[in-house]
Design a protein around this ligand. Structure first.
Ligand SMILES: O=C(O)CCC(=O)C(=O)O
Length: 307
């Protein structure tokens, strides 16, 4: 095996496909881990589940301030219109106002607990489970870059974040077993980021008859579903309250980012407090997918199909 591989890369004619070479020195090219609130890639603890090939688990590679950054983005920013949320159908947020702002102004805990999901980029259609070109918003640049950085660090090259579901869980929330199969590109991995309270995550097989494995997803943990596990059943039967507050274990770091106001909130305890209070009883999961095939520019719209 080793010999064959050695020969492959040594060959002059034909030359090897250099895309296959794992880029370990990502810090030296463009974005560095610290731009995303991540610790250096070489310090990451990366595991692949023996019973579930393709299921990659990265044990919290985020710094505390990095965790805070993504939590603030999910609560304060990604929840804003025109992104879609489960609240749209309920008419609870007055026109021209935003959910987080309304909750903070009235200390409205009931409204705060009502946000269950936000969709970004190609919006997930909960009924048809079909993405459409006409049902698409802008995908946040910072989240797209973070996702690409994680994917490339694991040697999944050319990952484009085109759709995401942000799930907001409270202590009694669950997510039933399902597969994520709406994406045209099922070869690209699905990247899942967890913040806040701990989830029990179940990962099964291709059918509901296969017995699932249970694992904890704690704040900062990353799960990548690729290859064989990409189309496996998974769900969240329980959220557990944990004493540890991973987002408060401050270390010295030089976190900077284009979203200066968000970084400022993360560094200033009084500004961070409402976000920390939310997280004490909640979990946030960001689930990022690539929808299109490599080189594909758009989805066929219904009208294209009729012509
Ligand atoms: O919350 C999680 O960890 C899983 C979320 C999920 O499976 C989904 O959004 O499809």
């Amino acid at each position: 095996m080793f010999k064959d591989c050695f020969k492959y890369y040594k060959s002059k004619n034909p030359p090897p496909d250099l895309e296959k070479v794992r880029r370990i020195n990502l810090e030296k090219t463009g974005n560095s881990a610290s731009n995303f609130g991540l610790n250096p890639v070489k310090t990451w603890e990366v595991y692949e589940l023996v019973d579930h090939p393709g299921l990659i688990f990265i044990k919290n590679p985020f710094t505390s301030i990095g965790q805070r950054y993504w939590v603030v983005r999910c609560l304060q920013d990604y929840s804003k219109r025109p992104n879609k949320t489960n609240l749209d159908a309920l008419n609870l947020v007055p026109e021209g106002k935003e959910w987080w702002e309304v909750c903070q102004n009235n200390n409205n805990k009931i409204l705060m607990n009502k946000l269950r999901w936000v969709t970004l980029g190609y919006h997930h259609d909960w009924e048809s489970k079909v993405y459409a070109e006409e049902n698409k918003g802008e995908f946040p640049k910072d989240l797209a870059e973070l996702s690409r950085f994680i994917a490339e660090s694991l040697n999944f090259l050319h990952f484009n974040a085109e759709a995401a579901i942000v799930n907001y869980y409270h202590m009694d929330s669950t997510l039933s077993g399902h597969t994520d199969h709406s994406e045209h590109n099922l070869k690209a991995p699905l990247i899942s980021l967890s913040f806040g309270q701990t989830a029990i995550f179940l990962l099964g097989g291709k059918t509901k008859d296969d017995e699932p494995s249970a694992m904890f997803l704690r704040s900062g943990d990353i799960v990548v579903m690729s290859e064989e596990s990409r189309l496996c059943y998974h769900g969240v039967p329980k959220i557990l309250q944990m004493d540890s507050r991973f987002w408060n274990c401050f270390e010295e770091n030089d976190f900077t980012n284009d979203c200066k106001n968000v970084v400022n909130i993360c560094k200033e305890e009084t500004l961070w407090k409402p976000f920390g209070d939310y997280l004490n009883n909640s979990r946030i999961n960001i689930n990022v997918r690539q929808v299109l095939q490599r080189g594909q520019k758009r989805l066929c719209s219904e009208s294209d199909e009729k012509t």
